[in-house]
Design a binder for this molecule. Structure first.
Ligand SMILES: Cc1ncc(COP(=O)(O)O)c(C=O)c1O
Length: 411
């Protein structure tokens, strides 16, 4: 009989979002008329920018003509898109990244998981706690961890706690690690990293021959001009970091699907025989073998993000969500809540009132205000006592949710 990848059996049964969905469904079944507002999952709500839509419509027409029809595209993505990304996202900010180092994909969720294909089995892996759960679960699936304990921590991973006590900036690991996942602006805490913070990580990686897996899915939300958007703004990062970016949150591509991964050609890691191997070559091989590229139509839509009109429309979208974040932050603060994030990020990280556990506060908010958020403990043990509220929603829903919460809770 066929056997399975037993590592899947190690995964915690109640993954965060299915458990939220289960509790919301149970509540709605019992209260069918409850006017639920969901500020939980980080999905966008506003329509695609006009420039992207028009570019996709034009691209569909291209596909209707023999002269302009496209079949399989390059597995790495079309050069016209990669060149615009290299110029506008990286070179314009002083990062020495070439189009050939950029790989277009259908999502940074997939890429942050798939990247493990090119790394060995004996790496010591560090994640922050709380953390975007995909980094942990993909390592479990890949067999890079042992079993989970009652706190939800997997044996073999190095957890780096982030909380108000350390200003949401993880300490360097006390032991030597080989792979480090960093996400800034951070999901779930909304925290950002300064150049000095990132330099500390790059120095650590260089001293320990470690690789940083830097998730910049929310970089478009940075408004503070002193903050870096890319790890490659940091000296030395081209020798020790892979960066993941996405069109999901800036241009609303969560359902359209387009993202990118940067693997500098200067990045090396060790083979079992001790020799240095070029990670770009491995990732290129991996993508060419297991991936057939993102649709031409979608890549044309992503390209339009870099047009003048596209840039202005993306900026409007980001500003809209940041205004939502400001409303949430200000109203909860006025009601006595202690809140973090939400300034250069679409997430507000709220300390639960009266020492309620994250799930108790979730249930209370659902039952008394019909508002759904995300319990901090779902992102890791150190998220206990916190709650994530997402700014991805309509203005009317954000205002109504804040009205209900501030009416019921005075902390
Ligand atoms: C930190 C982080 N990285 C990656 C993603 C997924 O991005 P994509 O839609 O490109 O798969 C998300 C989505 O919520 C995220 O929060």
């Amino acid at each position: 009989m066929a056997t399975i990848n037993d590592n899947y059996l190690k995964l915690k049964a109640g993954y965060l979002f299915p458990e939220i969905a289960r509790r919301v469904k149970a509540f709605v079944d019992a209260n069918p008329d409850a006017p639920i507002i969901k500020l939980g999952i980080g999905d966008v709500t506003e329509p695609l920018p006009k420039a992207c839509r028009q570019a996709m419509v034009d691209a569909v027409e291209d596909m209707g003509n023999r002269e302009t029809f496209k079949g399989y595209g390059p597995e790495q993505g079309y050069l016209w898109l990669r060149e615009k990304i290299a110029q506008q996202d990286f070179q314009a900010r002083g990062c020495d990244i070439d189009a050939s180092e950029i790989f277009i994909s259908d999502g940074s969720k997939c890429d942050t998981g798939n990247i493990l294909d090119i790394f060995g089995k004996n790496n010591k892996i560090a994640v922050t706690d709380p953390v975007y759960p995909v980094y942990v679960d993909t390592n479990v699936m890949a067999g890079n961890t042992g079993e989970v304990n009652e706190k939800g921590e997997y044996e073999g991973l190095v957890y780096l706690p982030i909380s108000a006590e350390n200003d949401f900036s993880a300490q360097l690991p006390g032991e030597k690690v080989d792979l480090i996942y960093l996400c800034f602006p951070n999901n779930p805490t909304g925290a950002t990293a300064t150049k000095e913070d990132l330099q500390k990580w790059v120095n650590y990686a260089q001293e320990n021959n470690a690789i940083i897996l830097f998730d910049a899915a929310y970089e478009a939300f940075i408004t503070d001009e002193s903050l870096p958007h890319s790890i490659y703004e940091i000296e030395g990062a081209k020798n020790c970091a892979i960066e993941f970016r996405s069109f999901s949150k800036n241009a609303g591509f969560t359902g359209t699907r387009c993202a990118l991964t940067v693997v500098p050609k200067t990045l090396m890691a060790k083979a079992a025989d001790g020799s240095d191997v070029d990670l770009w070559k491995l990732w290129n091989r991996r993508q060419s073998t297991k991936f057939n590229g993102v649709s031409y139509v979608i890549q044309r839509g992503a390209e339009a993000v870099y047009s003048e009109a596209g840039q202005a429309q993306v900026q409007d979208l980001v500003s809209f969500y940041l205004e939502n974040a400001k409303i949430i932050r200000e109203q909860l603060t006025a009601a006595g809540f202690t809140v973090y994030g939400g300034k250069n990020a679409p997430y507000i990280w709220v300390q639960t009132p009266h020492n309620l556990s994250s799930w108790d506060f979730f249930d209370k908010l659902l039952h008394t205000c019909n508002v759904v958020g995300t319990p901090g403990s779902g992102f890791g043990a150190a998220g206990e006592g916190y709650f994530r509220i997402s700014a991805f929603n309509s203005r009317a829903n954000v205002e109504e949710a804040m009205k209900r919460i501030t009416a019921k809770f005075q902390v």
